[in-house]
Design a protein around this ligand. Structure first.
Ligand code: AOF
Ligand code: ZN
Length: 327
């Protein structure tokens, strides 16, 4: 379950409106055969990616890896599984879905493959998709909640739980090891790709007036060829130089407002800014994402009024440390 959770965190922020989910397939000797994650809404669920890889591992037949559509992988597995999974256990961070959404039901697939044991990290809070636990139990599968990992599985699921009835707000910043944030590009290319991929799945970006004036940003998702999202310039100042690139991106609404009320009309919000924005938005932020580059050299430091963050997950991002945190 720990492996499934850690793997899913790699796609946290990238799966909206779906949750980040991970799945480990373990054989009868307790060895991990394959791990899969849900990478993007509309693409295969974690269980499907994990079972696809597990099939290739267990049979030595890698032709299944050529398939990318979820329904095609389901059909292949259901046709050719020859009971190779019956003694495997699945560890899934979320209850397998019982419904057919953009992709077919994972619980139905697990049932069809004759898998006898499934450990889950959290129940699905989405009323449309939940029911996988009961469906599997009714078919004779043993389904258990993970002992010891519920809290981490819950942390992973927080954005999705929030989206059931309210927005989820992530505050992102990048700094050097000495805390400085000025003087040009700070984070690695991979970290910047990560941020562009997050913009691609956000519906609103919030920035402060100072960022508009100083950085003249575009705030698009060009590094991942992604879509543009709306922008809220949170500022008391009403007039900005409209030749600033962010105002000239086609298909985008830009609001210049002195309140954060606009956030309530959106679901997945990314705030990008410095220490002033950090303080001004702290009442509405759910999670903090910080990139620390192993460098020094600027003059302005990122200071903030918190002296205690809880790190939910951290990893290397092209040489930077990337940390998901809560207050
Ligand atoms: C799973 N495994 O990896 C994820 C699940 O439209 P769909 O078919 O992609 O279904 C989306 C819903 O399925 C989503 O709202 C959530 O309830 C569940 N997500 N379920 O079994 C996964 N990502
Ligand atoms: Zn599913």
């Amino acid at each position: 379950m720990q492996v499934a959770i850690d793997s899913a965190w790699e796609f946290q922020g990238l799966t909206f409106p779906n949750p980040a989910v991970g799945c480990s397939v373990v054989d009868k000797n307790g060895k991990i055969v394959a791990v899969g994650v849900h990478e993007k809404a509309g693409e295969p669920h974690a269980e499907v990616n994990a079972l696809q890889m597990a099939y290739a591992q267990l049979t030595g037949d890698s032709s299944i890896l050529l398939l990318s559509a979820s329904d095609k992988i389901h059909d292949f597995l259901i046709t050719y599984h020859h009971n190779i999974f019956t003694e495997c256990t699945l560890y899934v961070t979320l209850e397998p879905c019982a419904h057919h959404g953009k992709t077919p039901s994972c619980a139905q697939l697990i049932k069809a493959l004759g898998i006898k044991k499934v450990i889950i990290g959290q129940k699905d809070p989405n009323a449309e998709a939940t029911g996988g636990m009961t469906l599997l139990e009714d078919s004779g599968c043993r389904v258990e909640m993970s002992e010891g990992c519920e809290a981490r599985a819950h942390d992973l699921l927080k954005p999705f739980i929030s989206w059931q009835n309210r927005p989820y707000v992530t505050y992102k910043w990048a700094q050097r090891l000495d805390g400085t944030i000025d003087g040009g590009t700070i984070s690695s290319h991979l970290s910047r790709i990560q941020v562009h991929a997050m913009r691609d799945c956000s519906d609103l970006i919030v920035i402060g007036g100072e960022t508009v004036r100083n950085d003249r940003p575009t705030l698009d998702a060009r590094l991942v060829d992604g879509k543009v999202c709306d922008v809220l310039v949170y500022s008391r100042q009403k007039e900005f130089d409209k030749s600033t690139p962010l105002f000239n991106v086609e298909g985008r609404n830009v609001y210049i407002e002195s309140s954060l009320e606009r956030i309530k009309q959106y679901k997945n919000i990314l705030i990008e800014g410095g220490p002033a924005m950090f303080e001004a938005t702290k009442e509405v932020v759910d999670a903090y994402l910080c990139f620390v580059a192993p460098k020094s050299g600027g003059t302005i430091r990122f200071t903030n009024s918190y002296n205690d963050f809880k790190i939910l997950q951290s990893r290397n991002s092209g040489g930077d440390v990337m940390m998901w945190m809560e207050k």
